[in-house]
Design a binder for this molecule. Structure first.
Ligand code: PEP
Ligand code: MN
Length: 363
């Protein structure tokens, strides 16, 4: 299924690009006509791909601002008329889709809580059948790659082709500096499985606070992301939702000037051969590493046979302690971090134990 996905490259989406990247910016929520227009007028000169504003807000607990509702769509229509920007909002059910389409919203996004619910995603997909509109799919709140892929597949099956993944981080029980843990390996794995799928980052909901936005954006671009969606409000301190993570349009401009966008290939193509040479060295070293690992496993197998003949258990904890102590000391001498040495040797030792277990069982 995944291999058959035919997804339109971002350049063909018909949206303005900002330095070769997609840039979606605007307030967390549409609050009042004045707030929407003041923010939109300040964001328009940046030439973003679209102006964002939440109309229906999925709040974790009732009693908070739950979005202005349908009347806000008229304000987005005014943004389009007055500034020429495209507009985007979140949809979570059929009614939202129908109202957003009727109001001329150009891009839709599926929120994190919706992606986690296949019934809701299917309802949105069914409402979009036969409609050609770009849809951004946020990751589910929980770190489950397949739920994310499933939502993308449901929309693709409904005929949508302008689909992108939007990484906004994941809830976690453990305390962390982030509002939502990025778990960068999950979107990287998504990209590995779905090469054609554009990948965007939502630094606002990952960071949860202004001070951390820059490092999240920079990391996303360093990892080759295709763009960002960021919350920006003309008066962030008085925003009705997510006040701590919103920045003024002026601060957004400054941040985008600071961020370094590096390409996937060298700026000077003549430099490519230097990279090729270094990569050839890595390939040679990797081959040696694999050969050495295999030799080590062969010795482990012989030890397993010895233990079997001599009625010994597979694991001797003191031996593992002493191996780890020795390799940590060697690693430190060579400038390797303890965490790296420990994780590599834990994996090697686990495999040795598995191998010896098989020898004991005569497999
Ligand atoms: C939002 O973009 O304002 C929003 C509610 O996001 P999420 O679905 O990522 O929580
Ligand atoms: Mn928000």
């Amino acid at each position: 299924m995944i291999d058959q996905l035919s997804i339109a490259p971002l350049e063909d989406w018909g949206l303005p690009m900002h330095n070769g990247k997609m840039l979606l910016a605007g307030p967390c929520s549409a609050e009042t006509p004045a707030q929407v227009m003041a923010t939109a007028r300040q964001i328009a000169p940046m030439g973003p791909s679209a102006f964002r504003a939440g109309i229906w807000k999925p709040r974790t607990r009732p009693g908070h601002f739950e979005g202005i509702g349908q009347q806000g769509l008229e304000w987005l229509a005014q943004v389009k008329r007055e500034t020429g920007m495209k507009v985007t909002t979140e949809v979570a059910n059929r009614e939202h889709v129908e109202q957003a389409l009727a109001a001329g919203v150009d891009v839709l996004w599926v929120g994190a809580r919706t992606t986690a619910n296949p019934f809701a995603v299917q309802e949105v997909a069914d409402a979009l059948r036969g409609v050609d509109i770009p849809v951004l799919v946020k990751n589910p709140v929980n770190p489950d790659l397949n739920l994310w892929i499933g939502a993308i597949e449901r929309l693709h099956k409904a005929g949508l082709r302008r689909i992108a993944a939007l990484h906004r981080g994941f809830s976690s029980l453990s305390k962390s500096a982030y509002r939502n843990d990025p778990h960068w390996q999950i979107p990287i794995e998504l990209k590995r499985q779905m090469r054609q799928l554009p990948l965007l980052c939502d630094p606002s909901h990952i960071a949860g606070k202004r001070e951390m936005l820059f490092e999240v954006i920079q990391r996303a671009f360093d990892l080759g992301y295709d763009g960002i969606m960021i919350e920006s409000h003309h008066d962030p301190d008085n925003a009705w939702s997510d006040a701590e993570q919103q920045i003024t349009p002026a601060d957004l401009v400054a941040m985008m000037e600071r961020v370094v966008i590096r390409g996937a290939t060298p700026q000077d193509p003549a430099q490519q051969h230097n990279l090729d040479e270094l990569r050839a060295q890595i390939d040679v070293l990797d081959k040696i590493l694999v050969q050495v690992l295999n030799q080590r496993m062969e010795v482990a197998r012989s030890i397993g046979q010895f233990k079997k003949r001599n009625h010994m258990s597979v694991l001797q904890t003191s031996r593992w302690d002493s191996i780890l102590g020795k390799v940590l000391a060697l690693g430190r001498e060579q400038g390797l971090s303890d965490s790296f040495t420990t994780s590599i040797f834990t994996a090697i030792h686990d495999e040795s134990i598995n191998l010896q277990e098989k020898v004991l069982l005569g497999k």
